[in-house]
Design a protein around this ligand. Structure first.
Ligand code: BES
Ligand code: ZN
Ligand code: MN
Length: 538
């Protein structure tokens, strides 16, 4: 799909369909009114008859009958004007593109709402991302199809002349992020007989080559050498070769800050010997959504090139029962030497992340984010709209919340009070991997926390949010790529804060040279302990 920016008059656009935004609260738009006048007031009539309310996900297709340049007009609701965010724009573009694709309309012009309270670059990015994500094909294995979601070939974003440059910038970023999101969704949607650990590793390698990342892939022997007994205890029951994958990006060679993104990549979770019930087990092909989000985030980071260092790790294996599989009660040792009593082989995500996080530290990560479809308890607590966030570092998690803001994804924190440390105590080993029903999501985080070496860390439990239950805007029922964009945005924020910090340091040095008395007292001054996502101005 090609995306252009134009300041032409909407009624002039010679396209299959012109897409128009309509507010729910009756706020008028000069552009829409101009087009409607040419159409003889049909939009106004639908509105006054309450057939068109302007609510999100509402669409009406009108025949233009030669009255304007476009053959069809697709009117799309965008909700109340005061509630519009970049995410609304993405959903608007998504509904427009999906409606057009269903009807086989291939060239579109999308009218952007004017005078929104955010930057045109954000509008362009969101519209592009929404349009691209709307082309995602959830049924790639179907042999006979009427209309394909990728039927739309071109989308022209129509905005103000003065915004053209910013819109263009947004289109560039939106293209990278939209394609990355679709990559993650495609991987999660693919079944486990296709999306094997080897397949994930091959994709990671190809992306690394394409975008200048360094790829390192460990097989069983390599993992044994590093002492990854926790990860291997999950992989041992499967005939499918496991892979530990690292993708490294260096965008700030002078900075000591390295962001480590670690994704759970269970390509199928049967539960192992603690076998899951048959009901809904097929959904466990998506148990690698965290890993897919990391692959996609690294792909986007390789293209957007933030001034930060980032390592992405994907812990990829199946969790299967077999004669060689780990049994409840078995004790294994992770890469950092800690021993684990495996109470439940279905609590496997934390076992693979344990070694993934240790490896991230070994490769130099100073700040850690792990992302995982970890617990059914997160679905109970948050449903399908909100991702659970747990962290040991207020500053990093605040930065993360900032990173999540524009995308319409919901994140909410659960506490990791010291009292919860009792949960994971084992009578035989350093810890156990599962307890009873209480605080299931927090249990997972408390366990994982044992492997982050006291570095600033965030745990994201996406069990409820990695798969959408229904169509909504640019996201159709199926995988959502949740977490990918905030991780990219976090890398960008860290990059920006590091750049500022270097500038601050230089100013500080100049100041100290100019005033010998202060220089004496600050000489050899302590470096901040954590070189940093810290943005505190000294
Ligand atoms: N992959 C599952 C969690 C999950 C459940 C993801 C539902 C998406 C939808 C995870 O490996 C798992 O089985 N967790 C167990 C942990 C328990 C045994 C402590 C769970 O949540 O039941
Ligand atoms: Zn799992
Ligand atoms: Mn499991």
């Amino acid at each position: 799909m090609r995306i252009h920016v134009s300041a032409e008059k909407p009624e002039r656009a010679r396209v299959d369909a012109l897409i128009l935004p309509v507010y729910a609260d009756g706020v008028a738009s000069a552009t829409v009114e101009t087009v409607d006048r040419k159409l003889g007031g049909v939009i106004d009539e639908l509105r006054s008859g309450n057939e068109l309310r302007g609510r999100e996900n509402e669409e009406h297709t009108l025949v233009a009958n030669g009255k304007i340049g476009a053959k069809r007009v697709i009117v799309v609701g965008i909700g109340a004007k005061g509630d519009v965010t970049p995410a609304t724009i993405a959903r608007y573009a998504g509904v427009g593109v999906r409606t057009a694709a269903r009807r086989g309309l291939t060239t579109l012009a999308l009218v952007l709402p004017d005078d929104l309270p955010f930057d045109a670059a954000e509008v362009g990015e969101a519209a592009t991302e929404g349009a691209l994500m709307a082309t995602f094909d959830p049924s790639p294995y179907r042999s006979r199809r009427e209309a394909k979601p990728d039927a739309v070939k071109s989308v022209t974003l129509i905005g103000a002349q003065s915004a053209a440059k910013q819109l263009g910038k947004g289109v560039e970023r939106g293209t990278v992020l939209g394609e990355a999101a679709n990559l993650a969704r495609e991987m999660v949607n693919a079944p486990s007989n296709d999306m094997t650990p080897t397949n994930i590793a091959d994709r990671a390698k190809a992306l690394a080559k394409k975008h200048g990342l360094k790829a390192t892939i460990l097989d069983t022997a390599g993992m044994k050498k590093l002492g990854m007994g926790s990860f291997l205890s999950v992989a041992v029951g499967s005939d499918e070769p496991p892979k530990m994958i690292a993708l490294e990006y260096r965008g700030a060679p002078k900075s000591k800050t390295v962001l480590g993104l670690v994704g759970k990549g269970i390509t199928f979770d049967t539960g192992g010997i603690s076998l899951k019930p048959a009901q809904d087990m097929d959904a466990m092909k998506g148990d690698m959504a965290g890993g897919a989000a990391v692959v996609a985030a690294m792909s986007a980071i390789g293209q957007l090139k933030p001034a930060a260092n980032v390592i992405g790790i994907i812990c990829a294996t199946e969790n299967m029962p077999s004669g060689r599989a780990t049994k409840p009660g078995d004790v294994v040792r992770a890469m950092n030497g800690k021993s684990i009593e495996i109470i439940n082989t279905d609590a496997e995500g934390r076992l693979v992340l344990a070694d993934g996080l240790c490896w991230a530290r070994k490769l130099g990560a100073t700040h850690l984010v792990d992302i995982a479809t970890l617990t059914g308890a997160a679905v109970v607590a948050f449903g399908h709209t909100t991702t659970g966030v747990m962290s040991n570092d207020r500053e990093l998690v605040d930065l993360f919340h900032r990173a999540t803001r524009p995308f319409g994804e919901r994140y909410w924190e659960l506490p990791l009070f010291p009292e919860y440390a009792d949960l994971i105590k084992s009578p035989i080993a350093d810890m156990k991997n599962s307890g009873g029903r209480p605080a299931g999501t927090i249990f997972g985080a408390m366990f994982i926390k044992e492997f982050v070496d006291d570095q600033p860390w965030i745990h994201l439990d996406i069990a409820g949010t990695s798969w959408a239950e229904r169509d909504n805007g640019h996201i159709v029922k199926g995988p959502t790529a949740v977490g990918m964009r905030p991780m990219v945005a976090l890398a960008e924020l860290i990059g920006r804060s590091d750049v500022h910090k270097r500038a601050d340091d230089a100013a500080q040095r100049r100041f100290m040279q100019a005033s010998p008395s202060t220089a004496a007292s600050t000489n050899g001054a302590r470096k901040p302990k954590r070189a940093t996502a810290k943005r505190k101005k000294k």
